[in-house]
Design a binder for this molecule. Structure first.
Ligand SMILES: Nc1ncnc2c1ncn2[C@@H]1O[C@H](COP(=O)(O)OP(=O)(O)O)[C@@H](O)[C@H]1O
Ligand SMILES: [Mg+2]
Length: 387
């Protein structure tokens, strides 16, 4: 998690009109397994979902009414614009978080990705293949094998054991009986449920049930896992444990994940990049450091106001250019070092620390720079992500 360099450019729908896939990505489905890390898996461009009578809904995207507040739009057209002109790529191997308050359009957006909800307009591809042009057979394959959804309520089969619930995921895949049990046992172990294979869902805690659901989704070995607020019903400790589980799985497998949450701490903990939604639009898309360090507007600034900045921002934000001799002395820190870690290093050494990337000194961090971050002062010239 958060392994993406802080310099990764963020995108917003407003500043990035085109998401035409590169030619290499228009290869037929199935060729995606070899796609390089960082290339788009999902590519979404100008996507709209307007709920309401079909004819009226189709007229909303791009119209003068499209920007109306939700209540006014409903009054004028009888429609609700849940997703408005949203554009982004989900890159291979990243955890892409969609965050926003309840009602901001997160669930609608993620359901549009596999057309569990039919988008009103816009374009949408997976590995370069047009999702909106898929027929029913192709769509079923998409949902089963390529982009599996993990819901908040996993819909476990109450009369089946843990092992059989997971094996059921494989049965849908068409895996033979013998292989099913072996593979299911592996997956049960992978999510930390060994020894509980013969229990029924009713005999498990909430967190354990989530793990069964996770194992079942993993059984499909999908290219992308889609999570819609899977942990919001769990108590904080178990929730934290499940976040760590997801982080561990991602770390071990490098599987692409789209993770929806209304919880900022969860978003910051899990996301390589975060799309912050408000009223159906993406108001900012960036790394946790970009969102916290350079909020796009007052709404985002308000949203991240209480985040402990020193735990999210890195030395890239706090550093200044090295002056004579500084590049050769003091403790060396990697560019992904958080400010809180740098404070400890500087406090121990009693002097500035160097920020070193692959043997090259990028700059130095000193008391003043680190304190400025903690105090929430704007980055000074020569310092910071804004520079
Ligand atoms: N089937 C539907 N029909 C009409 N309006 C809907 C429907 N589903 C969602 N909405 C509306 O779309 C907006 C976004 O909802 P949703 O995507 O569920 O948000 P979130 O997941 O962020 O809480 C809300 O205003 C919601 O009331
Ligand atoms: Mg939702």
């Amino acid at each position: 998690m958060n392994t993406t360099p802080a310099t990764t450019p963020g995108r917003t729908s407003a500043t990035h009109p085109g998401t035409t896939p590169a030619p290499s990505l228009t290869a037929p489905a199935g060729a995606s397994a070899g796609a390089p890390a960082g290339s788009p898996v999902f590519s979404v461009d100008g996507l709209w979902k307007v709920f309401g009578p079909d004819k009226a809904a189709a007229k909303v995207p791009g119209s003068a009414d499209a920007d109306l507040p939700a209540a006014d739009l409903r009054e004028r057209t009888g429609c609700t614009a849940a997703v408005r002109d949203v554009s982004f790529d989900v890159r291979k191997g990243e955890v892409f978080v969609v965050m926003g308050l309840s009602g901001s359009g997160k669930s609608t957006l993620v359901r549009c990705l596999t057309r569990l909800i039919e988008p009103t307009s816009g374009s949408l591809t997976i590995d370069g293949e047009d999702v909106l042009a898929m027929d029913a057979t192709r769509l079923r394959a998409l949902r089963r094998h390529r982009a599996a959804m993990v819901f908040q309520h996993f819909g476990l089969l109450p009369h089946r054991t843990v092992l059989d619930n997971v094996a059921y995921g494989l049965e849908i895949q068409g895996v033979g009986r013998g292989d099913r049990r072996t593979k299911a046992a592996e997956l049960v172990a992978k999510v930390g449920l060994d020894g509980l294979e013969d229990r029924r869902p009713g005999q498990l805690s909430g967190g354990q049930q989530q793990r069964v659901g996770l194992a079942r989704a993993l059984a499909a070995d999908p290219e992308v896992l889609l999570f819609d607020e899977p942990f919001s019903a769990l108590d904080p400790l178990i929730r934290r444990e499940m976040q760590e589980e997801v982080a561990r799985l991602h770390h071990e497998e490098g599987r692409t994940m789209v993770f929806i949450t209304h919880d900022l701490a969860e978003a910051l903990r899990l996301g390589d990049r975060i799309a912050l939604m408000r009223d159906g639009r993406i108001v900012q898309l960036g790394t946790p450091e970009e969102i916290v360090g350079s909020p796009a507007d007052d709404y985002v600034r308000d949203f991240v106001r209480d985040v402990p900045r020193e735990q999210v921002l890195t030395v890239r934000t706090a550093m200044r250019p090295a002056v004579a001799g500084e590049a050769e002395q003091g403790p060396a820190l990697g560019p992904a070092t958080t400010v809180v870690e740098a404070i400890q290093a500087v406090a121990r050494s009693g002097g500035p620390a160097r920020v070193v990337d692959h043997g090259r000194c990028l700059g130095v961090v000193d008391d003043a720079g680190l304190l400025a971050v903690v105090a929430g002062l704007p980055a000074t010239p020569g310092r910071g992500v804004a520079a």
